[in-house]
Design a protein around this ligand. Structure first.
Ligand SMILES: [Zn+2]
Length: 284
């Protein structure tokens, strides 16, 4: 399908409005780009609120980031976008924002890698955190590089999130999914922790992707520690316990891990839940 340049400008303006309206960006934050062809990329201008852009504001650059057309200058985060396009020939658009819930997880150093929501498992899979890099330096593209082959969305440590997809709307919707997932994860953790979806059920859900026409981001892998820091990951780490039950309480997962590592790590909430459970069992 060939999309005209004019309609791409319109889509970028619309996505900018949504990012701003949903408070995924403040002030002049965030940037959006679209691959026009094998020579040109269209991107949002720097120092402009993404909520108030007009189609004529867009900048056209080449794959080295050199400006080809437009009155304004591209965002200083453009190298991060270029890194995504270089590594993912299938990607047509990239979206970067600072949605507050997801960015909160990124600041706390907590990745969104637990198998808890069916729609997240079928679309994004897991959402890792790319290491911190000084914005607008080569550090940020390098950090993104590690995960981009296996992930369509990731958190950026102490910064925000970046997503990509086959169109600018698709990349934006992944940003929505990440923020929605972060919100739900936070609420579940405040309420005592998530029940996790079992590995068998995760495989069943991923098997359904074909039915919805969703391309699989990457196969699952089990141990994140096996991946050296400077290597590009080729698979996704998803916390999904082996279990006969389809939903596994967080506490049980902590115990499973403990039996493997020989070490028990529990939060205060998990410990209280365990004691309450034990006392209840004694009474029965
Ligand atoms: Zn940013």
């Amino acid at each position: 399908m060939i999309t005209s340049e004019e309609s791409i400008r319109g889509d970028i303006v619309e996505v900018g409005r949504r990012l701003y309206a949903r408070a995924y960006v403040a002030s002049n934050d965030g940037n959006i780009s679209v691959r026009l062809d094998d020579r040109r990329i269209m991107t949002t201008p720097k120092s402009v609120s993404k909520g108030y852009m007009t189609p004529d504001m867009m900048v056209v650059v080449d794959y080295d980031g050199k400006k080809l057309a437009g009155d304004r200058d591209p965002s200083s985060e453009l190298p991060m976008h270029l890194e995504v396009y270089r590594n993912r020939p299938d990607v047509r658009a990239v979206c970067h924002a600072h949605p507050p819930m997801a960015t909160g997880f990124a600041v706390a150093g907590i990745p969104l890698t637990r198998a808890v929501l069916a729609e997240v498992i079928t679309t994004l899979g897991s959402i890792p955190i790319a290491a911190y890099g000084t914005p607008s330096t080569a550090e940020l593209p390098a950090a993104v590089r590690k995960y981009i082959k296996a992930h369509d969305g990731m958190l950026l440590a102490n910064h925000g999130a970046v997503t990509c997809g086959p169109s600018v709307m698709a990349a934006y919707y992944k940003m929505e999914t990440i923020e929605h997932f972060a919100k739900i994860s936070l609420v579940a953790r405040l309420l005592g922790g998530e029940n996790l979806i079992s590995r068998e059920e995760v495989e069943r859900l991923q098997g359904l992707r074909g039915m919805y026409g969703i391309a699989a981001p990457a196969p699952l892998c089990t141990d994140p520690n096996e991946i050296p820091a400077d290597t590009q990951v080729a698979c996704q780490v998803l916390e999904a316990p082996e279990s006969a039950a389809r939903l596994v309480p967080d506490v049980q997962l902590a115990l499973q891990q403990a039996s493997r590592d020989g070490e028990i790590r529990l939060t205060y909430g998990e410990l209280t839940a365990l004691i309450a459970d034990a006392v209840k069992n004694l009474r029965e």
